[in-house]
Design a protein. Structure first.
Length: 452
């Protein structure tokens, strides 16, 4: 805070203002930045910043040489726009940008063309037509691909072979086909060279499309016009084993020996599923009575549809698999369609057997009897036949000394390893419970037996 005596009123200056009673004129230039610039001072402790980089600094007489080129903006045709759009000077605007671009290109005047075009675009937006400025600047041609020519006011959109007289939205500078030619596949062509667009596809001049289903030949003519004319079916003479057949995709009949078709010739199903085999007769004059279904030389009547074209096999079993034929007759001619049906049987259900020993280690005494006991169950809940169970000793990995006289009670099987009063010492070792069903042996985990 600065406090001054009243006698200083209206005689102060500097960043604190002039104390004239008007606070709106205290900042020189109206902003803190302009005020700061007025009073900035530099010395050895506060050196002035370097001037901003400009590419013309790197070139001898860069400013003069680039200005000589960019002075084109001061002359015709650009001068007609000066009153509407400012072009700037060496310190700003399009003129400065032009000098920068030219110096960046080492005084190549072609690099000024983009800035000329920018200025011309601004003028056009302001209502001054400079669309053809390139005609006055010989080193700024608009380079177009081969076959195209620059137009300052070309049509928008440009005519093409597909749309030769499009509704015009305005004009635009750019590359266009010469008058009387149209753009097609990126190339300008005469009208008579335009391709035909027909049903979503392009066709070259002279291409012929045969439309069998409509009895028409369509030809791509000059100017991209497709013309169609009806054609007559040729006379038809079929062999003895052939018939006159027809399809929806063809207007003309044809000779056919294989005139019965399997629509689903191969089917694979699981046992218990249903399947429908379907054949198609590609000719007229064949009724249900002329059609039969055959398997293994035998005619099938069950499951045949009223029109004879379908055979339904319900709740199929393995024996239903094999080869089927759909046979149709017309006069002396006969044709058939072959089918192959594979019926997969369900995998066999494995009835797992579970063993539970009363003890995993059985301690016996030689002067007393000793018993083994296993509880045996099946996943299905079926009872295990006592005649299929035995206890065996494992000797060198093989079953030995098997005991078959076992007692069973509520799924528990009990057997003696010796007599009522003694247990031989050679009884010691690994014992397993064995169940034999359908020729397959199922073994329990070993139980250790000791004898003292």
């Amino acid at each position: 805070e600065v406090i001054l005596h009243g006698s200083c009123s209206d005689v102060t200056e500097g960043i604190c203002g002039n104390w004239n009673g008007n606070p709106n004129d205290d900042l020189t230039g109206g902003s803190a930045n302009t005020l700061g610039l007025k009073y900035q001072l530099y010395d050895e402790n506060c050196p002035a910043p370097p001037p901003p980089y400009h590419p013309c600094d790197e070139i001898d007489d860069g400013y003069a040489k680039s200005s000589a080129i960019c002075d084109t903006l001061k002359r015709s045709p650009f001068d007609s726009c000066h009153s509407s759009v400012e072009f700037g000077d060496k310190d700003g605007g399009v003129y400065k940008n032009c000098m920068t671009d030219v110096c960046n290109c080492f005084i190549d005047k072609n690099c000024a063309c983009s800035q000329y075009d920018n200025y011309a675009s601004s003028c056009i937006d302001a209502g001054v037509d400079l669309s053809n400025w390139r005609a006055a600047v010989d080193y700024c041609p608009f380079e177009c691909p081969a076959g195209l020519a620059y137009q300052a006011d070309g049509p928008l959109p440009a005519p093409t072979c597909l749309e030769r007289e499009p509704e015009q939205e305005g004009t635009i500078r750019g590359c266009f086909c010469p008058t009387g030619q149209f753009l097609q596949d990126g190339v300008c062509v005469n009208e008579d060279q335009c391709k035909c667009l027909y049903e979503g596809s392009f066709f070259n001049l002279g291409d012929v499309i045969k439309k069998d289903s409509e009895c028409q030949d369509c030809t791509c003519g000059a100017g991209g016009e497709m013309t169609c004319a009806s054609f007559k079916c040729p006379s038809l003479t079929c062999a003895a084993n052939e018939i006159k057949a027809s399809k929806d995709t063809s207007c003309c009949p044809y000779c056919e020996s294989d005139w019965v078709e399997a629509l689903n010739g191969e089917e694979t199903i699981k046992s218990g599923q249903d399947v429908v085999l379907t054949c198609q007769v590609n000719t007229g004059g064949v009724s249900a009575g002329d059609i039969s279904w055959v398997k293994d030389g035998k005619v099938i009547t069950n499951g045949v549809s009223k029109d004879g074209l379908k055979l339904k096999i319900s709740n199929a079993v393995e024996d239903d698999g094999g080869s089927y034929s759909c046979v149709a007759k017309k006069g002396d001619a006969e044709s058939r369609a072959e089918f192959k049906l594979d019926v997969k049987a369900p995998p066999p259900v494995v009835d797992e057997i579970t063993f539970k020993p009363s003890k995993t280690t059985v301690k016996c005494k030689s002067n007393k009897g000793c018993k083994l006991q296993f509880k045996i169950t099946k996943d299905s809940g079926d009872k295990v036949n006592a005649g299929s169970v035995k206890f065996c000793q494992l000797v060198d990995g093989k079953l030995a000394n098997c005991k078959t006289k076992l007692k069973e009670k509520k799924g528990k099987f009990t057997g003696k390893l010796g007599s009522k009063k003694t247990t031989p010492k050679e009884t010691a070792g690994q014992w397993v419970c064995v169940v034999t069903e359908d020729g397959k042996e199922t073994l329990s985990d070993p139980v250790t037996v000791t004898v003292k």
